[in-house]
Ligand binder design. Structure first.
Ligand code: SR1
Ligand code: MG
Length: 396
């Protein structure tokens, strides 16, 4: 592929993105190209460029120097584009079937040019429409098991791991998670955003010493435990899916962290979807939680037993202890994510899209009760059935 000369950063327009795609030689000469900016996330521009004759397309994703969801008053590093393309390439070396192909990246323009996945649908949108994506949990369980194992001190040369981790030092994006997931929703902070009717429920959380202590322990893990390379923002809006395919996108929050974090975020977003459904339609979400955990543990354990580079891997009891602790952390991280998506800065359409106010407020109160118990009772869940049990017990 033709390489463009490094340019000075400027946000692309649809015209400039098209011209860039042509300069990169991504389309044949004279192809009738149509470009649309389709970014609907919180942070970036996303250009979808399609050859109208062949219907072949590409995606050009560009980081903006600020958080789009807030505006230019919240500056944000462009380095996240490099982190994202490095993470996609690293994940592709273990699970190419679950990430988009990266064709090109340019640090100065903060762009990643990648495979067009428009044949698939963002999983959050599909789940809100009532789809169930039968293979979602099998694929995500395998994605997390393989990327976690192969980037850990048990799955790769331990000196190489330390060098790889240097590429994923991501202080600005980690700070967003430290604030928005682990801190602000638990205090009276101006980033929080919730309906007035929820104030008594929210103030009860702000005054809950037990919740503060347990959330602080989880935040400390996030801050200090550089165990495996994580996606860092694995909610259902970061996943493209169909009935037979799954692709994980948007790893700009990637960093070395605790193994349960991606699992916790994924489970929380399944629970948030369950909260938006009638009782009769919730079952597939709980099946996904069970199946993700089962697939994750079985692949992770198999790799640990057959490919580990660490002498102590064969020590009786160690793998069980790693998985036991990973489960407890997963539950707690899920609780933090459920709470922050309900009353923090960045909400989810699953809950905000419930049209009837009475039902929406009931679902959000349920979310707050569920999130709290996931955090404080995380060590007592004893298996993924515990998610279902707590969901039912916190219904009213
Ligand atoms: C200011 S960024 C808000 C949220 O959007 C991202 O997708 C992350 O989830 C972040 O917490
Ligand atoms: Mg994102």
């Amino acid at each position: 592929m033709t390489i463009v000369q490094s340019a000075v950063y400027e946000p692309l327009t649809e015209q400039k993105a098209t011209a860039l795609a042509v300069r990169l030689g991504l389309f044949r000469d004279g192809a009738p190209l149509l470009c649309r900016e389709i970014g609907d996330g919180n942070l970036n521009l996303v250009f979808h460029i399609v050859d109208q004759a062949t219907k072949q397309g590409v995606i050009i994703k560009q980081a903006l120097p600020y958080a789009k969801v807030v505006g230019e008053s919240w500056p944000l590093t462009l380095k996240r584009a490099v982190i994202e393309s490095n993470a996609l390439r690293t994940f592709a070396s273990y699970v190419p079937q679950y990430v988009p192909k990266v064709y090109y990246s340019d640090e100065s323009l903060a762009i990643t040019v990648m495979e067009d996945l428009s044949r698939l649908q963002i999983a959050r949108k599909g789940l809100i429409e009532g789809k169930t994506y039968p293979l979602l949990s099998r694929h995500i369980g395998e994605f997390i098991a393989k990327t976690a194992f192969y980037t850990s001190d048990f799955g790769m040369n331990q000196q190489e791991k330390k060098k790889l981790a240097q590429n994923f030092v991501n202080p600005e994006l980690c700070k967003i998670t430290e604030d928005l997931v682990f801190t602000d929703p638990f205090f009276d902070h101006d980033t929080n955003n919730f309906e007035d009717e929820l104030r008594p429920d929210v103030e009860a959380l702000w005054q809950d010493d037990r919740l503060h202590l347990e959330t602080a322990k989880l935040k400390r893990k996030f801050l200090t435990e550089a165990d495996v390379l994580l996606h860092g923002d694995l909610h259902t809006g970061s996943i493209f899916a169909s009935d037979d395919e799954t692709k994980v996108i948007d790893p700009e929050f990637a960093f070395y962290g605790p193994i349960g974090f991606d699992l916790g975020q994924f489970f929380a977003n399944l629970l948030l979807n369950a909260l938006s459904r009638s009782e009769a339609e919730r079952q597939p979400l709980f099946v996904h939680i069970d199946s993700t955990w089962r697939v994750f543990t079985s692949i992770f354990a198999e790799l640990w037993q057959t490919e580990s580079v660490e002498t102590y891997a064969a020590t009786p009891g160690l793998l069980d202890e790693v998985l036991r602790q990973a489960f407890i952390d997963t539950v707690g991280f899920a609780g933090c994510e459920v709470i922050r998506r309900t009353i923090g800065l960045a909400h989810v359409a699953d809950l905000d899209g419930i049209e009837q106010k009475v039902e929406r407020l009931a679902a959000k109160r349920h979310a707050l009760r569920l999130g709290r118990r996931l955090i404080v009772e995380r060590a007592e869940l004893a298996g993924t059935d515990g998610f279902r049990r707590l969901f039912v017990e916190t219904e009213r």
